[in-house]
Write a protein that binds this ligand. Structure first.
Ligand code: FE2
Length: 283
C-alpha cells in the first residue's frame, strides 16, 4: 500500500521530534502493509520549510531506514495550506509536488470556513499544469455542513484524500459521517494516514479499508485502488481516472406482476383501512 499523506520526517513539523520517532512510525507502517510513503510536512503561513530542507531530511531518513533494515520507500512532498499555495510560483509548487513529479500537489482543506478562492484556484492550477489532491475534506467544517460543495471541486479536477482514521471514528461522529458520505457519493478517491507518530495517529490504512468495505458491503479488495493503484497513478504524475468507488450498484428493477385478465388495473393498492374510491360514472 502507498500512503501519500503523513508527517514521517523528524523535527520539521508536529510529527516525530527525532529519527527514533520516525523509525518507530516506519516500523508500524511496514507492519500495516505500507511499502511506500510520501513525506508531506506542513507548509503553513509563517512556517514554510525550504524544499532543500525536506529533500535533505528525506535523504537522511532513507539512510536511517536502510541502516535499521526497514523496507520502506519514501519520497518528498508537502501538505500545502491554501494561503501558502496561493502565493507560491510554479517553480516552488513543482518543488513541493508529491514525489517531486511536478504535477500533483497536496492542498490542505482549511478546518474552518469555506475557501472562496479555491474553485478558481483549481482552474488556475490546471492552466499552469498542476493538479490537486485535497487533504481531508471530511474534517473541514464547511464540508461537514454542506458535503455537496465538494462536487464542484471534484468537477474541477481535484481528487479527495480522506484520512483513514476518519472512518474508524477517531475524529468523532461528524467527521466519520462526512467521510462515509463522501465515500458513498464517490467523492473519496484516496485513503491516507496523515500519521503524526507511532502511537498518536499511527500510519495505518487497513482498519479504515475494512471499515469502508464493511459498510459498503463489498470486499476490502474492491477498495484497494484507494491505497494502491490510485496513489501510484498520482505519484506517476499523469492523468488519474478513479473508478466509481463506494457507490452501491443500482438496484435491480423487478417488474411488477401482471394482473390477471379482467382483474383490476395495476397501480397503487388502496391504503389499508380505507375503502377504494367509487368509480366516477359518465353522465
Ligand atoms: Fe497532515
Amino acid at each position: 500500500m502507498i500512503d501519500i499523506h503523513n508527517h514521517l520526517l523528524p523535527g520539521i513539523d508536529d510529527g516525530p521530534r527525532d529519527m527514533d520517532g520516525t523509525l518507530a512510525m516506519a516500523r508500524v507502517a511496514v507492519d500495516e502493509g505500507i511499502t511506500r510513503m510520501v513525506c508531506t510536512p506542513h507548509l503553513l503561513p509563517g512556517a514554510v520549510p525550504e524544499p532543500a530542507r525536506i529533500a535533505a531530511l528525506v535523504d537522511e531518513t532513507r539512510a536511517a531506514l536502510a541502516e535499521a533494515d526497514i523496507p520502506l520507500r519514501i519520497d518528498t512532498g508537502a501538505e500545502i495550506a491554501l494561503d501558502v499555495a496561493f502565493a507560491l510560483d510554479d517553480a516552488a509548487l513543482r518543488a513541493y509536488s508529491l514525489a517531486g513529479n511536478g504535477t500533483w500537489l497536496l492542498l490542505e482543506m482549511p478546518f474552518e470556513g469555506w475557501p472562496l478562492g479555491l474553485p478558481a484556484f483549481l482552474g488556475d492550477l490546471e492552466m499552469r499544469g498542476f493538479r490537486a489532491v485535497l487533504a481531508h475534506p471530511e474534517r473541514a467544517r464547511s464540508v461537514q455542513l454542506q458535503p455537496d460543495r465538494v462536487r464542484d471541486l471534484v468537477g474541477r479536477g481535484a481528487l479527495c484524500q480522506v484520512t483513514a482514521e476518519a472512518f474508524t471514528g477517531a475524529f468523532g461522529k461528524i467527521v466519520a459521517q462526512t467521510a462515509r458520505g463522501l465515500m458513498g457519493n464517490g467523492l473519496a478517491h484516496v485513503l491516507a494516514s496523515d500519521a503524526h507518530s507511532a502511537t498518536r495517529r499511527p500510519p495505518g490504512l487497513r482498519a479504515a479499508l475494512d471499515e469502508c468495505a464493511g459498510r459498503a458491503g463489498v470486499e476490502p479488495e474492491t477498495l484497494r485502488w484507494m491505497v494502491t493503484d490510485g496513489p501510484r497513478a498520482i505519484l506517476d504524475g499523469g492523468d488519474v481516472r478513479p473508478p466509481r468507488l463506494g457507490v452501491p450498484p443500482p438496484r435491480e428493477r423487478v417488474a411488477p406482476p401482471r394482473p390477471a385478465k379482467g382483474g383490476p388495473k395495476p397501480g397503487r393498492p388502496p391504503r389499508p383501512g380505507r375503502p377504494p374510491r367509487p368509480r366516477q360514472t359518465s353522465r
